[in-house]
Design a protein. Structure first.
Length: 180
């Protein structure tokens, strides 16, 4: 009976708009930890500075391209893991190639408002003279932040061709975790 009365009394106070919650002093001053970044929180693009451009003329040896994420939201957020990256080819025979992940271990990165981080993609360029069936010509990249389902569509700005290894167990073209 006492429990029922207390519930009725509390409901009356809440309905009157005078409910007061008891909060421990330690909880009142604690800040909440940032939650993960969502696609809508971010901007993305290829790093195109001279020191960031992949050397697509360096055939037969790996080079790297970098994709950045910038937090455009008004809150801090975190990224951890691997982005999803699908390359869409320019040739009729290319199709779409979902890049494999490296064996590197991801770390958690906190991005404050306006902060930027990136990740690298190792690429294995080939010469123009390589037979068409052995080369992939990138046109656009569909880049999905970790743990998200919506992607960014980025136009490939660097030209060149990549050795087509979309079915390989250990391809020469693969991606690294966020921040690496």
């Amino acid at each position: 009976m006492k429990t029922k009365m207390a519930t009725v009394a509390l409901a009356t106070i809440v309905a009157a708009g005078t409910a007061v919650a008891a909060v421990p002093a330690s909880a009142a001053t604690a800040t909440t930890a940032p939650t993960r970044c969502h696609t809508a929180d971010l901007k993305a693009g290829f790093a195109t500075g001279d020191d960031a451009k992949p050397d697509m003329g360096r055939t037969g040896r790996q080079t790297q391209a970098f994709i950045w994420f910038t937090n455009k939201s008004n809150r801090a957020c975190t990224l951890s893991g691997f982005a999803g990256v699908d390359m869409v080819g320019a040739q009729r025979t290319d199709g779409t190639w979902s890049l494999a992940r490296s064996s590197k271990r991801p770390t958690k990165i906190t991005l404050g408002r306006g902060d930027t981080t990136d990740f690298s993609i190792n690429l294995l360029p080939v010469a123009r003279s390589t037979p068409q069936k052995k080369k992939f010509v990138p046109a656009t990249f569909l880049v999905t932040p970790p743990n998200e389902t919506k992607h960014f569509t980025l136009k490939w700005p660097f030209g060149g061709q990549i050795l087509k290894q979309d079915g390989a167990t250990h391809p020469g073209t693969y991606l690294n975790p966020i921040g690496q």
